[in-house]
Design a binder for this molecule. Sequence first.
Ligand code: ZN
Ligand code: ZN
Length: 396
Amino acid sequence: MVISAEAAARRREIALRVRAAGHHDRPLAMAPLSVCAQPNAPARVEGRPGRLRLLKVSPVLDPVAALREIAYLMERTRSDTYRVRAFRHAADLVADLSSEERAEHQRQRSWSTIPGLGASSIGVIEQSLAGRVPDYLAAKRAKAEPLVAVESPLRELLRGDLHTHSTWSDGGASVEEMMLSAQRLGHDYCAVTDHSPRLRVARGLSAERLAEQLALIDDLNEVLAPFRVLKGIEVDILDDGSLDQTPFLLKRLDIVVASVHSKLAMDSESMTHRMVAAIANPRTNVLGHCTGRLITGERGTRGQSQFDAEVVFEAARMFNVAVEINSRPEREDPPMDLLMLANEIGCLFSIDTDAHAPGQLEFLSYGAVRASQAGVPAERIVTTWPLHRLLEWANA
Ligand SMILES: [Zn+2]
Ligand SMILES: [Zn+2]
């Protein structure tokens, strides 16, 4: 394959960013990932789930990796986003320094002169550079437990995730770091599905920015292969059921998740029409968090929107659109009664995390447990399918 000098340079830059984003050469540095990605690993058999493997991990001496691991461990247990962002921001600041600059700050004990570095982060940086596992990280690792007491057998069958966000919209980490984390979790693929233009509060992507992101994903795929980054969108379902992005761009995507984010309280009949129109759109693949409810969490609670669920799920079945099982603990969407109804009707499903940060990619465990409880067969969960079958379905 002949590539232009410009493309080659861009790819080199991406490769560097990927390396900066995630200590690519040391996949085991993030121990909790391996615990969850390999539920039958020997560590578990020996009694204390997760712990043994944590102990075997070699010390992390890279301050950037240490800060990112702390953020990751906090995200998977849903810590306050503000605190997590402080660690991610600190990691970015240190990543931008040369090794000489790092050494100089360490010698002078001058880390606090860098704006944006807090006391906890500075402690982590100093201890890492002094060649020891930072206390803060050690404490987080010691507390790390599997997210669910008993993993669903479905979890092992899941090959990827069709709904994630990055800093391009309202996520907390770069596309590069999100996808590296998905790869480390053992996924074969992961879709980047940032928001569409009308969702301004979430910095939805204009057509131009989405096109830019697609170019980045092409380059990222060269670097991460055979892992596959899927081009996607979480597109707003507008009031009349149309989708909030140009048909031309939607056609260029691998995966389209369509979700309602506005006027959640409209009357049942209008909402039913709206959702069915979106489902009937040939570009829609997944119906995101169908009721929009929030049952707990930082954003407060919100009741579920009203619609004729039989009509909506029947439409999803007819048009081969997967009903999302949204794994976020504050959503648990659809609620159990609707999930069982959709299963009875014979819908396809997609178990997604809707992750806004790397650590949240582990939420798949929650969705898998709920799918099991509802009796959903693995065969009807599109994210258990091999990638080629998934793409065939998505582009049919
Ligand atoms: Zn959403
Ligand atoms: Zn989302």
